[in-house]
Design a protein around this ligand. Structure first.
Ligand SMILES: O=C([O-])CC(=O)C(=O)O
Ligand SMILES: [Mg+2]
Length: 218
């Protein structure tokens, strides 16, 4: 018997599976090819951050970028989930930031090394409150936005995703068994840029959720 409540999924310590380059406008702004298959990487549960605590720029980076993304919280696990029933495995959503040490990522890319240092550092996954599934009837068509110090930096719509949420659930679960409490970050639209210490990041999905985080340094 479990009494855990998935609305506090960040406390469960489950997997964080991230999709990269899922918006053509963002792939292009970083001079990356638009993918024909999803690009996947992982964050660790220790990268979770909730409102009230600051995002901490790691010592080894001078260029940490914000990436606003819709997160999908898994409610029912599965392996090789068909696209047709994929949405039955969703408990809800969270607005998320895929904080990225871009200078480190560029270095890893040029050396052919994995992105762990760029993507999975402590505080690299700020999340909003849990959004129950019913509050977003069409997750393939919601606007996600992010302002830095009141200036709009990212303003995209999940309709721009190259790979849809049902496709991603099916694709990922063929490779990695999904479990209750796992989070899938679905990629970021264009407009990523570096944050500075003391910046205030304010992000939202209109009429659904908003969140605010400040930036500090380790
Ligand atoms: O680091 C990147 O550009 C890949 C990524 O996470 C995204 O597209 O959301
Ligand atoms: Mg991302």
């Amino acid at each position: 018997m479990t009494s855990r409540n998935v609305s506090r999924f960040w406390e469960w310590g489950k997997k964080i599976i991230c999709v990269g380059r899922n918006y053509a406008d963002h792939a292009k702004e970083l001079n990356n090819a638009v993918p024909t298959e999803p690009v996947l990487f992982l964050k660790t549960p220790s990268s979770y951050l909730t409102e009230g605590s600051p995002i901490l720029i790691p010592k080894y980076s001078t260029s940490v970028h914000h990436e606003i993304e819709l997160g999908v919280v898994i409610g029912k696990g599965g392996t090789a989930i068909p696209q047709s029933s994929a949405m039955q495995h969703v408990a809800g959503y969270a607005l998320c930031l895929d904080m990225t040490a871009r200078d480190v990522q560029d270095d890893c890319k040029s050396k052919g090394l994995p992105w762990t240092l760029a993507k999975a550092f402590n505080t690299s996954c700020p999340v909003s409150e849990f959004i129950p599934k019913e509050r977003i009837p069409d997750p393939g068509n919601v606007k996600i936005w992010l302002k830095v110090n009141d200036q709009m930096r990212q303003n995209g719509c999940t309709s721009q995703m190259i790979f849809s949420i049902p496709f991603l659930i099916s694709y990922i679960s063929e490779i990695i068994t999904l479990e209750e409490g796992d989070l899938i970050l679905t990629g970021t639209p264009k407009g990523v840029s570096a944050v500075q210490v003391h910046d205030e990041l304010h992000a939202g999905i209109d009429d659904v959720v908003s969140m605010t985080f400040t930036v500090g340094r380790l």
